[in-house]
Ligand binder design. Structure first.
Ligand code: NAG
Length: 318
């Protein structure tokens, strides 16, 4: 009985396909060559191919910084998105305006040419994807390939010209405090819990004296996505580093790690600190909250024509 119902359903589907295909078949028959079917419309599988190409390039190019472009690719996606202003609806990842001066020369974006150049061969291989979709997709790939949470992602960003560049000063300044963090992330629409969750991206990457002026990594595993950043904030002792560079903290145990004043503000602030403590104890909770906040960050200001059901969860490389 069950088998019988299945067979009827299959026949029905086959009949439908045949009926809708037949006008196209006859036009091929008349003209001799198939008619062009309009612009290429990428499907989920096509975006997975882009993901796989980024992941492969991350593995192949292991001679950058601590052995991976993944942290700087994540920073590109975040700085492209983090210009969003919910009051005016301006900024955000849509547009990929960081390709142009003045935005590419904003102090907060120093060094991000490395990530843009790294992705250029991917753009050449998949010319149908916009830079703005590519940068955010690559950031998702970077997090997942570093062992971080799955970040659902959907396409829909278009590239804009230089007139859409946002003014300087919309991204966080690591030399400042919790008031500054709340102003910057509040402008994007994030609450205290989400601010602390997004800060956990400092588990990966490092600062460079020729870029931000600060120096060093936050954790001992700067190309693996973990909750180590929170554990170090809570458990390690930190002191002001004695050097000629900008004011930053150094760990007492090894003098090889660093925290910025904004990082330390997370354990000074009574509303931020409980979240630092929770994420230090529970990596699964951090991953869940980071995945959700990062998904929304990458979607800020994007005029999607698709619904949330169009989000893709990319398969990781084995
Ligand atoms: C951490 O190191 C600084 C500088 O070496 C020192 O002054 C401070 O007492 C240390 N703190 C702790 C709790 O050991």
């Amino acid at each position: 009985m069950i088998f019988g119902l299945g067979a009827v359903a299959l026949l029905g589907a086959g009949g439908y396909l045949y009926a809708t295909d037949s006008p196209m078949l006859s036009s091929v028959g008349l003209g001799g060559t198939p008619k062009p079917t309009g612009p290429f419309v990428p499907k989920k599988e096509d975006y997975q191919k882009v993901y796989d190409a980024v992941a492969e390039a991350l593995i192949e190019n292991d001679d950058y910084d601590d052995g991976s472009y993944a942290p700087v690719v994540l920073r590109l996606g975040w700085h492209a998105s983090g210009t969003y202003d919910k009051e005016t609806g301006t900024g955000g990842s849509n547009g990929a305006t960081m390709r142009f001066a003045p935005e590419k020369d904003h102090g907060a974006n120093a060094g991000l040419h490395a990530a843009r150049d790294f992705l250029e061969p991917i753009k050449e291989k998949f010319p149908w994807i916009s830079y703005s979709d590519l940068w955010t997709l690559a950031a998702v790939c970077a997090v997942q390939e570093m062992g971080g949470p799955t970040i659902p992602w959907r396409p829909g960003r278009a590239d804009h010209d230089v007139s859409f560049c946002t003014p300087d000063g919309r991204l966080p300044d690591g030399a400042k405090d919790q008031k500054h963090l709340r102003a910057i992330f509040g402008r994007m629409g994030f609450n205290d819990q989400e601010i602390v969750a997004l800060a956990g991206a400092h588990a990966v990457g490092r600062c460079h004296t020729d870029r931000s002026g600060f120096e060093g990594p936050w954790t001992f595993s700067p190309i693996t996505f973990t909750n180590e950043y929170y554990r170090l904030l809570v458990e390690e002792k930190w002191h002001w580093r004695k050097w000629n560079g900008p004011a930053q903290f150094q760990d007492n145990t090894t003098n090889s790690l660093m925290m910025l004043p904004t990082d330390m503000s997370l354990i000074k602030d009574k509303n931020f600190k409980p979240w630092v403590e929770k994420y230090a104890k529970d990596q699964d909770l951090f991953f869940a909250h980071f995945g959700d906040a990062a998904m929304r960050l990458f979607e800020l200001g994007v005029p999607f024509t698709s619904g949330e059901d169009a989000r893709i969860e990319f398969k990781r490389t084995e």
